[in-house]
Design a protein around this ligand. Sequence first.
Ligand code: NAD
Length: 293
Amino acid sequence: MKIAITGAAGQISYALIPLLLERFKFPIELSLIDLEEKVGQLRGLEMEIEDFCFPQVKNVASGSDEKTLFKGADVAIFLGAKPRGPGMERGDLITTNAATFYRQGKILADVANPNVKAIVVGNPANTNALMLIRGGEYRLKNQIQALMRLDQNRAKSALNLAAKQREEVFVFGNHSPTIFVHEATSEVTEFVRKRGAEVIKARGVSSQASAAKAIVDHLEDWMSKDERRYSAALYSEKNPYGVDEDLVFSFPYSNKKGILKLPLSQQEKEMLLITEDEMKKERKIACTILFSN
Ligand code: NAD
């Protein structure tokens, strides 16, 4: 299985690769992609992967040439995104990344395995995933998901901490402070909404090890031969919740049955509208740049 990773010189990637190789024991080829100026660091990472001595790793390639490195990819993990820098508006962050993901979407749809599964992690993850779908002219619309598993894991951990253990927990909407947890108290939803910022405040950098673990959890469930139910941000076409049909929105999902229809309370229906509205605004900003030149 060929796994391509963008932003591979970054911190999530550094935590992700050993976890991925500990969990998946089938033959793996890795394609590590980052910006031209990071190619030296990628070579260092390649050396460390060789030194892991995982027998299932059949090949490691790295560089910045996306057409070559996405070629034949069975799985693509998109970590590479420009972070918000000093003085940068959220709108600038959205448009810069939208252009990157739109371009990569075309390449992915042209050269990857036609059955590729792609996970978008780089923020704003949901809107970046939508741009990836649009860049590939919707050819991969049902094969691109944005990571919500970290939010789901955070919700599960909040419930455990409150001694309200639950087998299944789902999150709805955007990977942002408008997200909400299904059938949970406002305390649990607030915990999930604020957790990313709390980690940044404490560590000085964003969640990396827990994001890496969430990516592996997501991928394992998505690829499982058995039915698995989890939260994923999916292309919203024909969704049963009445959400705008051209977004990448977090729903409860079954890898065998698609989006699951669960009952929502009146308050949850209201929160759904708020997070949907935020995503429509992000889409509008992202598209302003793409279609204005
Ligand atoms: P990082 O800054 O350590 O690494 C990002 C890497 O992406 C860098 O090496 C950079 O050079 C590269 N990059 C930037 N633009 C690129 C492009 N166009 N093509 C290829 N590579 C590119 O960041 P990190 O901590 O690894 O986080 C990666 C992303 O994941 C960030 O956007 C972060 O906000 C996001 N994130 C998402 C979640 C989630 O749950 N969805 C959770 C945590 C972090």
